[in-house]
Write a protein that binds this ligand. Structure first.
Ligand SMILES: Nc1ncnc2c1ncn2[C@@H]1O[C@H](COP(=O)(O)OP(=O)(O)OP(=O)(O)O)[C@@H](O)[C@H]1O
Ligand SMILES: O=C(O)c1ccc[n+]([C@@H]2O[C@H](COP(=O)([O-])O)[C@@H](O)[C@H]2O)c1
Length: 213
């Protein structure tokens, strides 16, 4: 009796697992950065890459400590994450990924993407980086292993010529917008307006919490 049941169930499981394998993966963009603070160019890039490459969603992923040698000063991760939440609130296809803030320490993308791909085998990841970052890819931690986990997407950045690169990068044309978090911080410091450079909700959050003064 038992044997009959097993032989009739096994082919069904096999059939089912083959069906699962055939289901197209969710295409997820990963916009990693310090977001100190998030600005309109980040949002524009995420939307353009998502729509041009037919991605399902884009995650905004603030780092804890960026892996660069020239570590930049950043305000508390909770404030950076709160501003991201406000900035993406109106777009249901954008979300906040807090993996690196929760883990703490140096945010190596390899560690993060290994965890995310294990937890979500149903996803295919597209790691979005500005043109300024592409030339540094050879210096990234375990870059050759990371390339098995993600596709890199490069967006050109004003002031940074596209340099030849050893690694496969999908280039997406996005209008040049010469905004950086450095510029936003500098403007605040100088008492200059940041209206229309960041979403209004972010501008109000910065004002209310007296950030970057
Ligand atoms: N204006 C922009 N054009 C193209 N890529 C950008 C632009 N601003 C940021 N990026 C890219 O977005 C990602 C996250 O950026 P990040 O949070 O470091 O902002 P940033 O403006 O470069 O910050 P900072 O001025 O503090 O260095 C990086 O890959 C960066 O290259
Ligand atoms: O893993 C690495 O070695 C590595 C080196 C440089 C940058 N990154 C990631 O690239 C993203 C953009 O970096 P940044 O410093 O321009 O905000 C951010 O998610 C970083 O963690 C990752």
């Amino acid at each position: 009796m038992k044997r009959t049941a097993r032989t009739s169930v096994t082919p069904k499981i096999k059939e089912l697992s083959e069906t699962v394998k055939d289901i197209p993966k969710h295409r997820i963009g990963i916009m990693g950065g310090t977001f100190n603070p998030i600005h309109n160019a980040h949002l524009l890039i995420a939307d353009q890459v998502m729509t041009q490459l037919g991605l399902d969603r884009v995650a905004f992923m603030p780092d804890a400590n960026p892996p660069h040698v020239d570590r930049k000063f950043a305000i508390d991760g909770r404030d950076r994450a709160n501003m991201i939440k406000l900035a993406i609130r109106s777009n249901p296809r954008f979300y906040l990924e807090t993996e690196e803030l929760r883990r703490g320490g140096t945010s190596y993308s390899y560690d993060t993407m290994l965890k995310l791909t294990h937890e979500h085998p149903e996803n295919e990841y597209f790691f979005i980086i500005g043109g300024d970052m592409v030339a540094y890819l050879p210096k990234w931690y375990r870059i050759n292993d990371l390339l098995h986990l993600v596709h890199f997407v490069g967006v050109k950045r004003a002031g940074y010529p596209v340099k030849s690169n050893l690694y496969p990068v999908i280039w997406v044309d996005v209008p040049y917008v010469d905004i950086s978090s450095t510029l936003i911080r500098r403007y605040i410091h100088q008492g200059q307006s940041i209206r229309y450079l960041v979403p209004d909700s972010v501008r109000k959050y910065i004002k209310e919490h007296q950030l970057y003064h």
